[in-house]
Structure formats: C-alpha cells, structure tokens
Design a protein around this ligand. Structure first.
Ligand code: P6P
Length: 353
C-alpha cells in the first residue's frame, strides 16, 4: 500500500530523453516508407542535454552557496562588498561553469555567452551543435532573493560547416531546442526540442531533474500584463495607448482592469506567464531604441518555448520573433510574448493604428 503514495517510478530527465529519442526514431521510421535504413538519432543530442543539465545543477548549487556567503557578508563587511563581489563573481562563475561544461561535452562547436564579447570556438570539439546562453539572467536581483535563471538556445551547424559566425546568425525558426533553468525556491527546468514543452524540478537529494510538468500549455487567456511601467515616458503612443487600455475597465469584456505583475527577472516573469497566462513585454523605447533583451539567448529561446506551449511571441511591429535573424551575436529586440488571446489583442491594437 505504501507504494500507492510513494512514487517509485519517477521520470528523470535522462529517462525522458531516452523515451523522446525512441519516439523520434519511431516517427522518423514511420515517415521513411522504403524502410531501407533504420533512422536512429546518434544520441549526440541526449549527451548535449545531459551536459546542459549538469551545468544547471552546478550553477544552482553555486547560487545557493553565494546566497549563504551573501548573508555572512551582510553580517560582516557590509552590504556593498559582499553583494557586489558575490554578484560580480557569480556572473563570472556562472559563465565559467557554462563554458567549461560545453567544452567538456565535446559535441558543442560554437558557444555564444552574454558574458563574452566574442563567439567561442571549441577547436578540439568535433561537435555539430551551436549553443547560445545567458548564464545568469537577472543576477542584479539575486541579493534580494529574487529568482534568476539560465536561458539557452540550441542550433545545429549548417551541413558541412566547420563552425563560423554564419552558423550562429540564424533565423529563430532554425533552433533545434531551447530551455531555461529557474533558480527559485526549487530549481526548475523548462525544455522544448520542437514537439511541445516539458517542465522538470530538481530533486536535490537525488541530484536529478524529475518530470513534474509534462506537456506544458500556456493558458489561452489571462488578464495579467508584465512590463516595466517605469519606462512609460519613453514608450511610443501606440504602446502607451495599448497598456492603458488594459487598465481601463470600460475597455475590458469583464469590466475588470488587468493585474500588473513585474519581477524584473525575465525567467521569473516568463515562468509565471507559462503557468498563469497573460502577457510579458519589453518594448523598444526612446532609452533603448532596439529594445533591451537579446535575440539569440533571451527572445529566441523564450519565443520558441512559448510557441511550443501554444502561446505567441512577436516584436513591436507584430513580426513573429522566430522569423527574425540577428546581424550580430548580441543583437537586441523588442518582445511581446504570452497567451495567444493577449498577443492577438496587442496585434489588433497595432494593426488598428
Ligand atoms: P528592467 C535582467 O537584467 C534583464 O536582463 C531581464 O532578466 C529582465 O526581464 C530585464 O532585464 C529587466 O529590465 O529595465 O525592467 O530592469
């Protein structure tokens, strides 16, 4: 009877990847009518995701420790030193962990990191994957105990390529996978490999990510908007009028204004949008004419995940984020993402204008 309450058949991330690899092969073979050869994925991708999950676990541990040091630091030398050093150190540590893990995985050829000005080329890796990441997104919030995260997009090298900038400056729809880890009360991993989205929670005792949110779908509608209103003096008239319409009960079918929720850490704001619905936006403004969020390792992965969960992701002009292509590795973009109904009302508003 005990086993009824105690789950003895948990799906870990490695087991989930093996299952999806089998399903992928079955689908491929079903499509391959002449059946001359058995299409088997090489398992390279599974190896890459196993390396990625190690990086997330390592960063998660480092953050938990750094928060402890933070507390000690606050009691000791005063706020600025401890917080500043740990914060600065933490960005560097997160970046080093990521670079070393991807180099060690052997199947990553090119790496873009928010913390590195230039593209990283792994000379000795025979890999065929391109990984773009923000190792610790939102780290400025860390000392307030706000959730931060690691955001990752994955492309494959172009056929026959040895690995150049051309393999990185790609259309968003060329991504083969995207994920984020969120380091909050628990450590969550939300992942898509192009057929839906699945959420995992790190069991610290087992040291494994356990499948806790299979086949995540974003709610179709939710009256929540998530945007930094502190920038409203710099917004265009179009964006100002749209946001004020959300707050005007007479403009809403249920005569209720939208609720505002803004953490200021993209992973936390997007994770909430996945689970509760609503819209998250970081538009261009007079201060940041190209937007603030980066295309390759913030907008692209979150847009891919959101679309795979039944949501939408567009820029200020209504262009689909995944149809954009960066001209340089740190290019920025405006972004509106979330429940389809919310993004559709934004699109209607800008088309009306
Ligand atoms: P603002 C954090 O610094 C970040 O890159 C994202 O995580 C977050 O969504 C955004 O910037 C917050 O920017 O200008 O609202 O503080």
């Amino acid at each position: 009877q005990a086993s009824e309450t105690f789950d003895t058949d948990v799906i870990t991330l490695p087991r989930f990847l093996i299952n999806s690899q089998i399903q992928f092969n079955q689908k491929k073979n079903a499509l391959n009518h002449n059946n001359k050869f058995n299409v088997v994925t090489t398992g390279e991708f599974t190896l890459l995701l196993n390396s990625l999950q190690f990086a997330f676990k390592f960063i998660s541990q480092t953050i938990r420790k750094s928060e402890l040091i933070n507390l000690l630091g606050l009691a000791g030398e005063g706020i600025s030193n401890a917080t500043g050093d740990v914060q600065k150190k933490l960005d560097v540590l997160g970046d080093e962990i990521f670079i070393n893990t991807m180099k060690g995985s052997k199947n990553v050829k090119l790496l873009v990191s928010e913390e590195q000005e230039d593209l990283i080329y792994f000379q000795n890796n025979a890999g065929t994957y391109v990984v773009c990441c923000d190792p610790i997104d939102g780290s400025s919030n860390l000392d307030a105990g706000v959730s931060v995260g690691t955001i990752v997009s994955i492309f494959k090298l172009k056929p026959g390529s040895k690995g150049t900038l051309d393999d990185v400056l790609r259309y968003g729809h060329e991504m083969v996978a995207a994920c984020y880890a969120m380091y909050g009360a628990s450590t969550h991993l939300v992942l898509t490999t192009g057929s839906g989205v699945d959420g995992f929670t790190l069991d610290n005792n087992l040291g494994e990510f356990i499948l806790t949110h299979p086949d995540l779908k974003v709610p179709v509608q939710r009256s929540i908007y998530s945007i930094n209103e502190g920038n409203s003096y710099y917004w265009t008239e179009q964006i100002t009028s749209f946001i004020s319409s959300l707050k005007d009960p007479s403009k809403q079918k249920d005569n209720k204004p939208y609720t505002a929720r803004y953490v200021g850490s993209m992973v936390a704001d997007v994770h909430r949008t996945f689970l509760y619905g609503g819209l998250f936006a970081y538009p261009c403004d007079k201060k940041s004419p190209n937007g603030k969020l980066r295309l390759l390792y913030e907008a692209f992965p979150m847009a891919f995940l959101m679309e795979q969960a039944g949501g939408k992701a567009v820029d200020d002009k209504g262009n689909r984020i995944l149809d954009l292509k960066p001209n340089s590795i740190h290019d920025k973009s405006s972004i509106w993402l979330g429940s389809p109904n919310e993004i559709d009302s934004f699109l209607k508003h800008i088309q009306k204008d």
